[in-house]
Write a protein that binds this ligand. Sequence first.
Ligand code: PNW
Length: 490
Amino acid sequence: MNDFTFPKGFIWSCATASAQIEGAWNEDGKGLSIWDTYCHTPGRIVDGSTCDVACDSYHLYEEDVALLKGLGVQQYRFSIAWARILPTGTVDVVNQRGVDYYHKLIDTLIASGIEPVITLYHWDLPQSLQDLGGWLNRQIVEWFAEYARFCFKNFGNKAKVWITLNEPWVASWYGYAGDAKSHAPGGFQQHTPWAPYLCAHHMLLSHAAAYRIYEREFKNEQNGKCGISLNCHWKEPATSDPDDQAAARRAFEMQLGWFANAIFSKEGDYPLLMREHMAELSKQEGRATSRLPKFTQQEIQSLKGSADFFGLNYYMAHMVKSQKWSESTPNSCQRLRDGGYVEFFDPHWEQIGGKQSWIRNTPWGLRNVLNFVKNEYNNVPLLITENGCCNERYDGLEDHQRIKYVSDHLKAVSQAINTDGCNVIGYTVWSLVDNFEWAEGYTLLFGIHSVDFDDPKRPRRPKLSASWYKQCIQANAVVEAPQASSKTHV
Ligand code: PNW
């Protein structure tokens, strides 16, 4: 046995999301989601594909659970398609067949000894709520609260781990700014530079509303836990110049801190650094108020401590260099302009997962993030709710790069726990199966099992990483990676 072990009771898991796997986009009474609309809009998805069928998990969920059982995971993280159970978004209309689907999935998991971890919102907002302004309408706090209560009430006797929102940072920037990568609802240039901050503000308030409902109305009886999944890149200063050091810290606070500070810090609210930066920037822009919205005292209190665990999604690090807004090019990315920095990859970092992959193999960044959470947020229990690597379509089943990536990251997690004392309770690989990778369609695939998207039956096959991951689970440690044969290139 090597040194890369995990504590007894460490949780092993795999994740997916409704819009990425379920398909059955207009079946059995499901309402439209913003991703249905978005992927049916020409030009939005790089390969012109849709999530109409995806992995067809709506019909093949038993196969998914069989894969999970084969792996020996303790948990499975999946999300509920809001519009599948509430087609118009609110409880006026309940789609019982949709509710039944999640009951069947949950029951099958439990019968297989796997604990369900349910994400309430993984980006597939009901289109009818989008038509009322979606995350930019303050009323969404009530809509989300109502939906959350409906889920807790219906599924909470069986499902004990809840995640309110997945990656509000991605939803806010990719959904509401005209950046390179775009996600639904994808207003592009139509959005004012206030939009991402408003979206994030309402997402935070929605999270707190759902958490407090769980706490007040369900927790005692159901005895579960509720958290949130936040993503971040580790931000490494490009040089030792104090401006670059400050820029890296600011970039980190404006990504992870933007959401985590309000929920997990002692003081609550947005990070002071971000509030000051946005106030100053807004002043320079000639505005009377900051583009960063303000919380009331009551909202600050409600958000503070509104999570039983910290869900972390980590993929890689960025280098950060300070750059003043006036120096940047006009049509540059709003996020970087607002932050006053540029980000890039160190050319020495290993690009991993294929030539089109945006992923760099920077596992030390994960260890840094885990230590940051430990130090800044009182060592709150942290569940890694996503980490993983892609391959390109038709790359085959010998996914040595994915094994290397996951292995390196698991080693970093093991060190963070055993050497640094970080309170990491589990690890979730993204993803159980190849699936619809949002704007990237089916060009980048993250599964440890492949899905044949050319075959209407959507057969699943284990990649090499699945059998390796299974061995890690059995050993509760990082086991040796299998040797690559000379002809493999993935
Ligand atoms: C996550 N980034 O999103 C999502 O939660 C998944 O649904 C998705 O399939 C997975 O990562 C792989 O992309 C991210 O720019 C999107 O670093 C973008 C980034 C990170 C995560």
